[in-house]
Write a protein that binds this ligand. Structure first.
Ligand code: IVH
Length: 698
């Protein structure tokens, strides 16, 4: 199915950002690391072939963000970058060749280390005392998780020995052993069995069932979830491990070679890697990687590859870095284990939210130490792309502890009688009434929305990031949805005191109930009333239109000024707005066209919803009204987003490319081709200082 590059780029960016969110923030990855790496590779390739579509916000340019609510944000003194990775020796040789050209030497001194599969952490030691532990976050700033990190038994509060710098940021990885992961999951299974037994009794008594505890997917997710727990008492019950291998900020500078780090860290009594190889030249590095591959299953930490680093720090500095990763290091990842087996059948799994997932039923096969008889097929499009048919011999793969996946069909072994598989026909045969979600590859049941999903939708609408209705959190929403008082967003605005007062929110072990009292009821009704005049972007974000996040909602509010105009905008109008590609435009159209959404929005209007349109920028603030800016290069003090916000707050528009319509080019250091183009077109070029001066004078 040929696809134009821009559409594929958009699909990939959206998918990768979704997987980033699942992996880094929610600790619930849906695909294997390898499948993720390949999506990212495909995007990198397309972006380099189509430089016009490059974007500084593409996931190829930024590290995934692990920041969560509830933690203080701390800036890194030296950014925490990611690593480029590869699964091929050829790319490793290309990495070496590039560096040899830069350095002008034949045999580069390398340091090869195991790559730990955990979560990155930066520890600050001041005069040898541990003062702060911060996650990678967005690479520039992360979450302060110091309290939780102090529970790691092998991590010293105080560095021992000599040559301890005044202030140092030590980098490493937090992880969990497989044994600890299994202990925690089996404890949960025991609790769940007890709850299931109790639920059978509760069901007979007409009581709501107790929730079962979800099991963790793999040690990495559990480690990461534990570091991000707000409840310290739970952290205390789980054993985390740590290994340190790198250095960010260091005053005074004491290291001249990567290999010194491990020795010095050991001397300070920090936990370090058990193995490393100091070698000369890429062939020797390759030997080290092979050796690591042969021992990695016996290491006391999970490894998914090797990291090859240029050893002398001076050469590292000479090689430099991209916005996302250093050029002096690369990760070589080991291929996840694979096996061939026969696809007996495809079944359809119905999730709690009504989502339908195709599942491969396999002839049982041994894979990475376990017997595999089922694997995910992801979705309709993936089955079609790989042309997977019932009866095929397929290759299955298991990466980490994630559910095995069907990677490809062994076409040579396909019989002559096979016919292509059709997901929609299969659903029809099974009598499942389902529809494909507009703009997505996923299908869901038609008809009644499952309660869980309604609760999520309404909770999002009322949440702080959307309509900000205080008192309407998940607990209250769950009860209102369960008792049928709220099904759709507009129902919130029909609630009365009679619906709320005395509502049972929870019951403790002793049967004592917490109910909604008079004061809370009154406050909640007031908060609901007040939300009718919330800012327009909050309403747009609250609707939960797929792909419309808070920032985009702000742009839409600014462009359309009211909800009706947005709902009536056609694809072309939507696509003209900066930052909206065809997928997002289609998603907004699909939302607007659904009769139930039209009915709900009409009701909101009748119930008095009059959101505040974005304030018009007027008077002295509107100095840039009608002016279009392009920003290029690195500005001396402002980030690009900051400069953009400043220009927009004075009525200007910021566009991504220089054209005849550009009024000003705001240029910083290393401005490049945009600067030459602007000069050729005679466009006024200003510096950050000029911009600030214009604003000051106005
Ligand atoms: S060095 C500038 N060494 O893998 C980044 N990273 O996938 C230099 N990782 O962000 C990182 N083991 O969190 C390095 N021996 C090792 C590592 C390692 C695991 C992590 C690290 C990095 C990620 C990239």
């Amino acid at each position: 199915m040929p696809e134009d590059p821009l559409s594929r780029i958009e699909v990939l960016r959206r998918e990768i950002l979704r997987h980033n969110e699942l992996y880094y923030r929610q600790n619930k990855p849906e695909i294997s690391d390898k499948a993720y790496d390949f999506l990212l590779k495909e995007l990198q390739q397309l972006e380099s072939e189509n430089p016009l579509f490059a974007s500084p916000t593409s996931p190829t340019q930024k590290v995934g963000n692990d920041q969560n609510a509830g933690f203080a944000t701390v800036s890194h003194r030296v950014p925490m970058q990611s690593l480029d990775n590869t699964y091929s020796k050829g790319e490793l040789l290309a990495f070496d060749e590039r560096l040899r050209r830069i350095f002008g030497i034949d045999q580069i001194p390398y340091y090869v280390e195991p790559k730990i599969d955990g979560l990155a952490i930066s520890l600050t030691y001041e005069d040898g005392l541990l003062t702060q532990a911060v996650t990678r976050g967005n690479g520039t700033a992360g979450d302060d998780v110091t309290r939780n990190i102090r529970y790691i038994p092998t991590l010293p509060e105080k560095l021992q020995g000599e040559h301890i710098p005044e202030s140092i940021d030590i980098r490493g990885e937090v992880f969990m052993t497989y044994a600890e992961f299994e202990r925690i999951n089996s404890e949960r299974e025991t609790i769940n069995r007890a709850r299931e037994a109790e639920n059978r009794i509760r069901e007979k008594e007409g009581k709501l069932p107790q929730k079962l505890l979800p099991l963790f997917a793999n040690p990495r997710n559990l480690a990461s979830g534990t570091v991000k727990l707000l409840d310290e008492s739970v952290v205390a019950t789980r054993r985390l491990e740590i290994i340190l291998y790198g250095c960010g900020f260091c005053a005074p500078e004491i290291f001249t070679e990567q290999s010194e780090l491990r020795k010095t860290f050991e001397h300070w009594q920090l936990p370090t890697l058990t193995h490393s190889w100091q070698v000369k030249g890429i062939e020797a590095a390759w030997k080290a990687i092979e050796e690591l591959d042969s021992i990695r299953r016996d290491l006391p930490y999970p490894t998914d590859g090797a990291v090859i680093k240029v050893n002398p720090i001076e050469l590292q500095q000479q090689a430099g870095q991209t916005s996302k990763a250093p050029r002096w290091a690369i990760a070589y990842k080991f291929n996840p284990e694979q096996a061939e087996t026969r696809l007996r059948d495809i079944t359809i799994q119905i999730g709690r939210t009504g989502a339908l997932t195709p599942v491969a039923e396999l002839d049982p096969v041994q894979l990475a130490g376990t017997t595999v008889s089922r694997a995910t097929l992801h979705n309709e499009d993936e089955i079609a792309r790989k042309d997977i048919r019932i009866g095929d011999v397929v290759v299955v793969e298991k990466a980490g502890e994630i559910i095995p996946a069907v990677v490809r069909v062994v076409k040579e072994k396909r019989g002559t009688a096979s016919t292509p598989y059709s997901f929609s026909n299969h659903l029809k045969d099974l009598g499942i009434d389902a529809e494909r979600i507009p703009g997505q590859a996923a299908w869901k049941l038609t008809g009644e929305e499952p309660l869980e999903q309604t609760i999520r939708r309404i909770t999002h609408f009322a949440s702080r990031v959307a309509m900000d209705i205080e008192g309407l959190g998940k607990a209250v929403v769950s009860k209102l949805v369960e008792c049928g008082a709220v099904k759709h967003i507009d129902d919130i605005y029909k609630l009365s005191e009679a619906d709320l007062l005395g509502m049972v929110l929870s019951t403790n072990d002793k049967g004592v109930e917490t109910t909604l009292r008079e004061k809370s009821t009154e406050n909640l009704l007031q908060a609901i009333e007040k939300s009718k005049t919330q800012e327009l972007w909050r309403l747009i974000h609250g609707l939960g239109i797929p792909h419309v996040g808070a920032q985009l909602a702000k742009d839409l509010a600014k462009n359309f000024g009211n909800i009706d105009a947005l709902m009536q905008a056609d694809l072309e109008t939507l696509s003209q707005i900066e930052g909206i590609g065809s997928i997002v435009a289609q998603s907004i159209r699909a939302y607007a066209e659904q009769p139930e959404h039209q009915r709900m929005l009409a009701n909101l209007n009748n119930l008095g919803m009059t959101p505040a349109a974005p304030g018009k920028i007027s008077g002295d603030k509107a100095i840039f009204t009608g002016k279009t800016f392009v920003i290029t290069g690195t500005l001396p003090s402002m980030g690009r987003d900051e400069a953009k916000a400043l220009i927009e707050s004075h009525g200007g528009k910021v566009s991504g490319s220089v054209s005849k319509k550009t009024d000003y080019l705001l240029a910083g250091e290393a401005a490049g081709s945009k600067l030459s183009k602007a000069e050729a077109l005679g466009i006024r070029v200003i510096s950050e200082a000029d911009l600030l001066e214009i604003l000051q004078q106005s």
